[in-house]
Design a protein around this ligand. Structure first.
Ligand code: IVH
Length: 747
């Protein structure tokens, strides 16, 4: 007995210590968040502290206290603004993190009301700051922040300066009433504003003046903008408002439901919460919550959840309030998108165009339901602007499927000896990354010269003009070559299945390929390639290993062959010309119809294509000036990669060669065989690969061989390249030649 008592005593003591610590921490974070607009931890981490405190207070009721942060809201008003007492307390909301919790919330209401059915309204939970607006005779007379719920700050002048907040109402509003809503900053405005502050900081730095910290997120930006001493600053900030509630009202007649209230308020000119919806039952409301969980990023403003409200205001009154939260509404919270962790190292990888792209290797952390170990850092300017250093505790953010971003460092947790990160001056690109390398950061992304076994680049890294990126100047940089081939084989380009990052690395390291055109030699060299460990299939016979062409190589060869007919626009994308992507490649292919025509077109002609423009045109022209690029193009053409638009697939407008069947053989100087074939097809002809008595004529270039002999033996017309060019220029000539043609005597 006595032992048990001792255990529970010590448990209570431990719990009390923890509760006190949590309360102090939460109050400190409240102050940072509400009063200083400068949070140190993410909302999710705050929610965790809060939930732990609440759990302990429930478990040990003797530790409950009226001034615990679980019983109070936000932070008391600061000293900059006059204090406004709220006539009706401004509340907070309870959370539901999943369907079970949402249904439990509804069940509590069912139990209290002793009924099952009623309607709901859902609204985006806008991440901004709550404001109460008082109107008298249609004019805005007072605006106040929530503060601690009982008293907030008088920000009337600032709210009057926001365009979205009506200063004068229209229609027939009640003589005196209060509305509540969320002031927020749309994401685009937030980005633009931070960019402006960054630019101003550049100027200040140059002049040795103090700089202004960037806002961490749209919520803090909105709060900071509303709490300006000078209302003219608020006026130029991109702020908006969503009204979500009628606060108090004189004895005017008001609607009976929340849904009607929103409509009623909008008649007076209030912008009510966008995307609000009415639901017949809880399952319908739940579906809306789940819908928004998937689509939170589609809105122009940040939303951190969905507010589910009981629609009937009479039922709302019956349900009432518990602590600081109404029972008639609940916040469906999204899984957190932000978390804090430590930047263990800043590394770079080398992009296809040679850009040196920094990224953060992070201490693993879960964000939005996914384990995150890396986050992009964009470029050096961005790293400097955000002031991110190795060893920093940082807030990272993962929105939708996008690669996680480092939002900001937590400067309070920075080590004194931390130093700014520097861009490497020598390119670390390497072919290493698989066998033999003990450098965990290698992976063909970053090689440390004296560890990596693969070929490494060592080219110079420098900045070009005002481009924010740094580039490697070595065109044979192993990393650039690797990325270029990956790009060529990728889904959006030639779509060669089985030719992914690892396979390419292996083929490069073994010297099988050096560039994209070499890929097309693979199908002819399967037996040779089968001997390379990792490529062929090993069979053990009579105690000896034999390498055979297995499925892996066979499938790869098949995919390579298939890619030959992928088409001009994909080929153009695959070449990796800077700025040429799927959309403009299609426009160029449609306009010029062959790779040669695109690469040889004058810059002005390229730029004149609708949707292309001078930057892309310049980039293509520059690419086409390079002899090595032409070597790749030529070898692709020789390999039979389709580099023209197959007009025969479309409805030809005129088909003067309809019903005729041609065969081409030998080499033509002015065009490639596939080009000529495509043009003949576009004129309605069929182009065959073997000569028969059904062949109309044979076009024979230089070094024509057996097909010419066969045509001769069948007495078919045999025409040279000049005739081919004439025929393509004026197809009517073909019929004339045919009638003129003296049938040759069959041998
Ligand atoms: S209704 C009883 N509707 O969320 C409180 N609140 O966590 C009634 N918020 O203080 C609030 N969007 O600042 C409501 N559509 C919305 C909201 C919303 C954002 C904020 C509001 C409130 C906080 C509660």
């Amino acid at each position: 007995m006595s032992t048990e008592a001792t255990v529970s005593d010590s448990e209570i003591i431990a719990a009390r210590d923890r509760v006190e610590l949590l309360r102090a921490e939460i109050l400190r974070h409240n102050h940072l968040y509400h009063a200083l607009d400068a949070p140190e931890i993410s909302d999710a981490e705050y929610d965790e502290l809060f939930a732990e405190l609440r759990r302990l207070e429930t478990e040990y009721p003797e530790l409950a206290s009226a001034d615990s942060p679980t019983q109070t809201i936000g932070a008391p008003p600061g000293r900059t603004f006059a204090v406004v007492e709220h006539r009706l307390r401004m509340l907070s909301l309870g959370n539901a993190f999943n369907a079970e919790e949402l249904l439990a919330w509804r069940q509590r209401a069912v139990d209290l009301l002793d009924r099952e059915e009623w309607t709901y309204v859902t609204e985006p939970k806008i991440d901004g700051l709550a404001i109460a607006l008082v109107y008298e005779r249609g004019r805005l007379v007072q605006a106040a922040t929530r503060g601690d719920g009982r008293a907030g700050e008088d920000v009337t002048a600032n709210l009057r300066a926001i365009d979205a907040v009506p200063n004068e109402l229209s229609g027939n509003p009640p003589p005196v009433f209060e509305v509540r809503g969320e002031v927020f900053m749309p994401k685009a405005g937030f980005d633009a504003m931070n960019a402006e502050i960054a630019a101003e900081n550049e100027r200040r730095r140059a002049e040795g003046r103090a700089v202004q910290t960037l806002y961490a997120n749209p919520r803090n930006a909105a709060a900071g903008s509303v709490r300006q001493k000078d209302a003219s600053v608020t006026a130029i900030r991109p702020l908006s408002i969503g009204i979500y509630q009628l606060g108090w009202c004189d004895d005017s007649v008001t609607p009976d439901t929340h849904w009607e209230t929103l409509g009623w308020l909008s008649e007076f000119g209030f912008p009510t919460t966008p995307e609000a919806a009415h639901h017949d039952g809880i399952h319908d409301a739940l579906a809306a919550c789940e819908h928004w969980t998937q689509r939170r990023d589609t809105q122009t403003f940040e939303m951190d959840g969905v507010v589910v409200k009981v629609d009937d205001l009479g039922l709302q009154a019956d349900l009432g309030i518990v602590g600081r939260e109404p029972r008639w509404a609940v916040a469906w919270k999204f899984p957190p998108q932000e978390a804090s962790t430590v930047v263990e190292q800043i590394l770079v990888n080398v992009g296809r165009t040679g850009s040196i792209n920094p990224y953060a290797r992070l201490r693993p952390v879960r964000v939005g339901g996914v384990q995150v170990t890396n986050a992009t850092l964009h470029n050096l300017d961005d790293i400097r602007r955000k002031d991110i250093r190795e060893g920093d505790t940082v807030v990272i953010r993962r929105a939708g499927e996008v690669i996680p971003q480092v939002v900001r460092p937590v400067l309070e947790r920075r080590d004194d000896d931390s130093a700014e990160w520097e861009m490497p001056t020598i390119c670390p690109g390497t072919t290493c990354g698989e066998r033999g390398c003990t450098n965990e950061h290698c992976g063909g992304e970053q090689g440390i010269v004296d560890i990596c076994e693969g070929a490494w680049c060592g080219g110079n890294v420098s900045r070009q003009g005002d481009d924010a990126d740094f580039y490697c100047d070595n065109r044979y940089c192993p990393a650039i070559v690797q990325r270029a081939i990956e790009h060529f084989a990728a889904r959006g380009a030639m779509d060669i299945r089985g030719l992914g990052e690892k396979m390419i690395r292996l083929l490069l390291r073994e010297g099988v390929i050096r560039d994209a055109a070499d890929i097309y030699t693979i199908p002819e060299r399967l037996d040779e390639l089968a001997k390379i460990p990792g490529l062929g299939q090993v069979k053990r016979r009579k105690g000896e290993d034999h390498y055979e062409v297995g499925n892996r190589l066979r499938n790869l060869a098949g995919a390579i062959e298939r890619s030959k007919t992928r088409g001009l626009s994909y080929l153009l994308v695959g070449l990796g010309i800077r700025h040429v992507g799927g959309e403009n490649a299609t426009l160029l292919a449609d306009e010029f119809r062959s790779l040669d025509a695109i690469l040889l077109a004058p810059t002005e002609a390229l730029a004149a294509v609708d949707g292309v423009g001078p930057i892309i045109a310049e980039s293509i022209a520059e690419w086409a000036l390079d002899g090595e690029n032409w070597s790749v193009v030529h070898r692709l053409q020789v390999a039979g990669v389709e580099d023209e638009i197959e007009l025969s697939d479309e409805e030809p407008s005129e088909t003067p060669l309809d019903g005729m069947r041609f065969v081409l053989t030998g080499r033509f100087g002015a065009m490639t065989r596939p080009q000529a074939e495509a043009q003949l097809k576009s004129l309605g002809a069929t182009v065959g690969s073997s000569v028969s008595k059904n062949t109309t004529a044979l076009f024979a270039g230089d070094a024509a061989g057996s097909k010419r002999t066969k045509a001769e033996s069948l007495g078919l017309p045999i025409w040279d390249e000049d005739r081919l060019i004439d025929a393509l220029g004026d197809p009517a000539l073909v019929s004339i030649w045919l009638t003129e043609a003296e049938p040759a005597e069959p041998n």
